[in-house]
Design a binder for this molecule. Structure first.
Ligand SMILES: Cc1cc2nc3c(=O)[nH]c(=O)nc-3n(C[C@H](O)[C@H](O)[C@H](O)COP(=O)(O)OP(=O)(O)OC[C@H]3O[C@@H](n4cnc5c(N)ncnc54)[C@H](O)[C@@H]3O)c2cc1C
Length: 289
């Protein structure tokens, strides 16, 4: 289908984009990689009257290290993150997650900011940024504010961003100590989106026991969530087979699990438990060094 008619604006700076958004709070939408918004417009599920394309703003695509943090510009593509040797060294969850998104074309055009701002219940990045305890930097005519990943994803396709806000940057504390990461997913065979996706960020103490565990799960519910009960069960454990298996049984505790034509709620719950176990095992073995 062909989208409804719209005006197309191309700000050159973030200030210009913010001013345009403030001028048209009800009719405008930000356009990033377009790989979620344009399909929705073609199906007329979204009919914005104005598109503000932030793709021509130069300083929105970057991966920087600053003050003990990794800072990622919102327009950084999935491919930029997948291809970063430095990230593979200091925060491997990011390239591992990026590499599992869609196909080459999607990864070359889609952006981390667009994916996070979209909050697709089967999107991969929300699980990863929850596991990494990321902070989202939002900018509007009123200034800048920082929103924690745990507070950012409100519901299906709904985030804590206000209508006049643009997601500018994602900040992640650079992992330290004996940490291990893993992202594992069951992709929907037609789209590549996560039927279940599990992101794990854990660390061992000097005796090898689990010092911290942070786990984000996507694909299972109306939004990505933190698997708090799994985390609680893992911390202090020896991260052996038995401890990981019994902790992973809590992967969907307190969550209303989605079912659809491809995967029933019972099957998704089962997959969430199995993939949590596998992802924790992988992260635990990487945290040995
Ligand atoms: C065939 C196909 C397969 C895919 N497979 C996967 C997959 O396996 N896993 C996965 O996670 N995703 C998948 N996607 C989605 C893809 O990752 C998108 O790129 C992503 O969800 C949206 O990013 P975008 O840059 O394209 O954003 P856009 O489509 O441009 O925007 C998406 C939404 O976010 C808003 N927005 C964008 N950027 C900002 C910003 N900086 N601040 C505020 N609001 C903003 C827009 O207004 C819009 O509402 C797939 C898409 C396609 C077409």
């Amino acid at each position: 289908m062909i989208p409804a008619q719209f005006d197309y604006l191309t700000p050159k700076t973030i200030d210009e984009a913010v001013a345009l958004l403030a001028e048209h709070p009800d009719d405008a939408k930000i356009l990033a990689g377009g790989h979620s918004l344009i399909p929705a417009m073609k199906l007329r599920l979204a009919t914005p009257q104005i598109l503000i394309d932030i793709g021509r703003i130069n300083d929105l695509s970057y991966i920087r290290e600053e003050g003990g943090q990794i800072r990622i510009g919102a327009m950084t593509t999935h491919y930029n993150l997948e291809a970063s040797d430095r990230l593979r060294e200091i925060c491997p969850l990011l390239p591992e997650c990026a590499a599992q998104i869609g196909d080459v074309q999607v990864r070359n055009k889609g952006t981390i900011g667009g994916s996070i701002a979209h909050s697709d219940p089967a999107g991969d990045w929300p699980a990863a940024v929850i596991a990494l305890g990321a902070e989202m930097v939002a900018v509007s005519a009123a200034g800048e504010r920082v929103i924690k990943a745990d507070d950012f994803f409100v519901d299906m396709l709904t985030t804590a961003l206000d209508p006049g806000e643009i997601l500018r940057e994602i900040r992640i504390s650079t992992p330290t100590g004996r940490f291990g990461h893993s992202y594992m997913k069951v992709p929907q065979p037609a789209s590549g989106f996560a039927v279940v996706g599990v992101a794990v960020n854990l660390a061992r103490d000097q005796n090898g026991a689990c010092q911290s565990a942070s786990i984000g799960i996507t694909g299972v519910a109306s939004k990505a969530y933190r698997a708090s009960e799994v985390e609680k069960a893992l911390v202090g454990s020896a991260l052996d087979e038995q401890a990981i298996a019994s902790a992973s049984a809590h992967a969907t505790d307190g969550v209303s699990v989605n079912g659809d034509l491809y995967a029933s709620d019972a099957y998704r719950r089962h997959l969430a438990q199995v993939y949590t176990r596998r992802a924790v095992e992988a992260a635990a073995s990487r945290a040995k060094g």
